[in-house]
Design a binder for this molecule. Structure first.
Ligand code: CAA
Length: 284
């Protein structure tokens, strides 16, 4: 589907990274967001990230211009998905909102279009049930920062057709990503394993076993993780970590997934990590 069109719903961090990546690999992209301010900011961010790639010598200047030229922005789903062959939804992680968005995408997208969601933890089967084409709904979970991270977690919903999975796998490979196919259970694989680790790091801090720097240094130098778990939690957003842990806790009903009270307190106090200027570290 190299000449085919991709619509990306949501111009936040993940949405702009996904739009950037598809456009960089030659796909015409329509980026959709209700806010023109967010769309402008997303184009700015994409240009800045492309500049960074040019400065590092990983892409030529001409590819920067070509990538930007392939991205158009619109403010309605109806207009954005009308000609799309693939829609990738990357809106806020809110079930009600996502179900509503998928209802609208389903109404407006061509019959053959594949509808993918970048959700980090909401059930694909549940999202698929909000459409008349559950067989064509699939999870396409990119990692932040999208232009850099190699993984795409491809999540089969209960009804996802195997031809749809095959198409999304091939497409991820064309973006020079490595797709891993998994099934639709709480947290899928990435967050089922990552979030308990982050939660355990927060419990270690809460119980006074070690300080922030020590916990992160142990995991960075001891396990060769690029970021320590507390730094990574700040990067992901503490509110996002908490909401994923709640999905795991509700979905499996096991106490091992219960979020640490310190995480709950920090989110309640508005300390969400990088995006709020303060989390386990100070970004002001
Ligand atoms: N766009 C384009 N390029 C970017 C970029 C962006 N947003 N951010 C960084 N880069 C590039 C840099 O230009 C640089 O390129 P080269 O390798 O060509 O030199 C490279 O990425 C490394 O960047 P830096 O040198 O600036 O910084 P770094 O070496 O400290 O790496 C990092 C930064 C890639 C973010 C690294 O710290 C890292 O891998 N962190 C862990 C990230 C991670 O775990 N992400 C997953 C989070 S979980 C998630 O997303 C899903 C979920 O559901 C919660």
């Amino acid at each position: 589907m190299a000449e085919q069109t991709v619509a990306v719903i949501g111009a936040g961090t993940m949405g702009n990274g996904i739009a950037h990546t598809f456009a960089q690999y030659g796909y015409p992209v329509t980026l959709v967001d209700v806010s023109t301010e967010r769309l402008d900011k997303a184009l700015h961010t994409i240009a800045a990230n492309l500049d960074r790639q040019v400065a590092k010598g990983s892409i030529p200047e001409t590819l920067k211009d070509a990538t930007l030229a392939r991205i158009r922005t619109v403010t309605t789903i109806q207009e954005g998905v009308r000609d799309a062959d693939l829609v990738v939804e990357a809106a806020t992680e809110d079930v009600t909102l996502k179900l509503q968005i998928f209802g609208s995408i389903d109404q407006a997208a061509p019959e053959h279009a594949i509808l993918a969601t970048n959700t980090s933890s909401i059930s694909i089967s549940r999202i698929a049930a909000a459409t008349r084409r559950p067989g064509q709904v699939i999870g396409m979970h990119f990692m932040n920062p999208v232009p850099v991270m190699k993984l795409v977690e491809v999540i089969n919903g209960y009804a996802t057709q195997s031809t749809v999975t095959d198409t999304v796998v091939a497409l991820s490979q064309r973006l020079e990503k490595v797709p891993c196919v998994v099934n639709d259970y709480p947290g899928f694989i990435a967050n089922r394993i990552l979030m308990p680790m982050i939660n355990e790091a927060i419990f270690s801090l809460y119980e006074g076993v070690a300080g922030v720097e020590a916990i992160d240094t142990v995991m960075k130098l001891g396990m060769a993780h690029p970021m320590g778990p507390l730094q990574l939690a700040d990067f992901i957003g503490l509110d996002v970590c908490l909401s994923i842990l709640r999905v795991l806790h509700d979905g499996f009903g096991q106490p091992k997934y219960a979020p640490c009270p310190l995480l709950v307190n920090m989110v309640t106090a508005g300390r969400l990590g990088i995006k709020s200027g303060e989390g386990f570290y100070d970004y002001t």
